[in-house]
Design a binder for this molecule. Structure first.
Ligand SMILES: [Zn+2]
Ligand SMILES: [Zn+2]
Length: 366
């Protein structure tokens, strides 16, 4: 008799974003069209940024637009997006490329189109919407450096009121279902035709983006824009999974299946939380090599050995206290459950194709 709990990512977001098939979260800086740089970050003062806004700022911007699956993104000119109450206009400094974006681009996750994807951003506050709460303006003054979360909580629905921002009704009902913000409208309109373009989260692959203020956090001066972009998706998904779903404790044995952006963040957080055995599972030696630097004590190449058996061997035949599936495939879903000791936890983070099913070993679960 065994009692592993299957935890469907505490962060629904968690699931919705990860689709770690990508198994790599890369970040690029909008230097090409923003001409931003770290030196600029360090030299930009609130007063200069205020001037930037008061002077009117640019009236248009560019963004990368997804039209339909199988076709390349195109750069298009847009009217400058304008924030409404309690929304913030951000000058984008960096935006990660997550596999969730790729799922949309490949047509594997249905989403309104045309749209601007990109949901892991850092940037600088350049404008607040009219009638915004004064506390929001005080917290994120024009010129402040921020990082955005891909789940953008409305702050007032039943879930947000209970502190479960990750389940925000408005985010899923409007942004994920319709590609808009919470008045049912996008903030993106093509410059030449006025055609509305939808937003995957904030639509981060753009020179500027509008973000509901509840999705922002101040980015400390000590953290660089580029490397910090993944905080809003890959890292916070991993943190939610390890801190809230898995509740990792010192001494735990942990297996992480799929060493991409989220999986590699899980390794680092597991190490920070004091896990004893941290087993990285992937099918690419290159990723397993990197995993060692990120805290893995053991590496398992599942294309060469039986991953479940190897995990059992490493843990004296018991299985791990916590197994994390950060890939999103039926096979690894089952491996995750099978790798867990009696009473342990299987934490599912990986997103996959719409409608995909995962098998569960019932007797191991019950
Ligand atoms: Zn993401
Ligand atoms: Zn909400």
């Amino acid at each position: 008799m065994s009692f592993p709990h299957i935890i469907r990512s505490a962060i629904r977001s968690t699931s919705s974003k990860i689709a770690l098939l990508a198994r790599s979260t890369t970040t690029f800086t909008n230097r090409s069209f923003c001409s931003s740089s770290e030196s600029e970050k360090n030299s930009t003062t609130p007063s200069e940024a205020s001037y930037y806004h008061l002077s009117g700022g640019p009236s248009h911007m560019r963004a990368a637009v997804f039209w339909e699956p199988g076709k390349p993104l195109t750069f298009e000119d847009f009217h400058m997006p304008r924030p409404k109450a309690n929304e913030v206009l951000i000058k984008t400094k960096a935006c990660g490329v997550c596999h969730s974006d790729l799922h949309v681009i490949k047509g594997e996750l249905p989403f309104a189109s045309p749209c601007v994807v990109g949901h892991e951003i850092t940037g600088e506050v350049v404008e607040h919407g009219q009638l915004s709460d004064s506390k929001i303006i005080e917290r994120f003054p024009v010129g402040s450096q921020v990082v955005g979360a891909f789940i953008m909580p409305c702050g007032s629905c039943s879930f947000c009121s209970k502190g479960q921002d990750d389940l925000c009704e408005d985010f899923f009902a409007y942004n994920r279902a319709k590609g808009t913000l919470y008045d049912g409208e996008t903030r993106l309109f093509l410059r030449n035709s006025g055609k509305p373009v939808y937003m995957y989260s904030m639509g981060g692959l753009a020179e500027y983006c509008v973000v509901p203020a509840h999705a922002l956090a101040v980015l400390p001066n000590s953290l660089p824009y580029t490397e910090s972009a993944i905080l809003g998706c890959a890292v916070f998904t991993a943190y939610g999974a390890m801190a809230h779903a898995a509740e990792v404790r010192p001494g735990d044995a942990i297996a992480v299946i799929g060493i991409g952006g989220v999986g590699s963040s899980c390794l680092q957080i597991a190490r920070a939380f004091g896990a004893s055995e941290i087993i990285a599972v992937d099918v690419q030696d290159e990723k397993l090599q990197k995993a060692k630097f990120l805290g893995a004590t053991h590496c398992v190449n599942a294309s060469k050995v039986d991953a479940v058996k190897t995990i059992k061997d490493i843990t004296g035949g018991n299985g791990v206290d916590i197994a994390v599936e950060a890939l999103g495939r039926p096979q690894t879903f089952l491996q995750c459950v099978q790798s867990v000791r009696d009473g342990g936890k299987a934490v599912m983070i990986g997103l996959t194709l719409s409608g995909a099913k995962g098998e569960v070993d019932i007797n191991h679960l019950v």
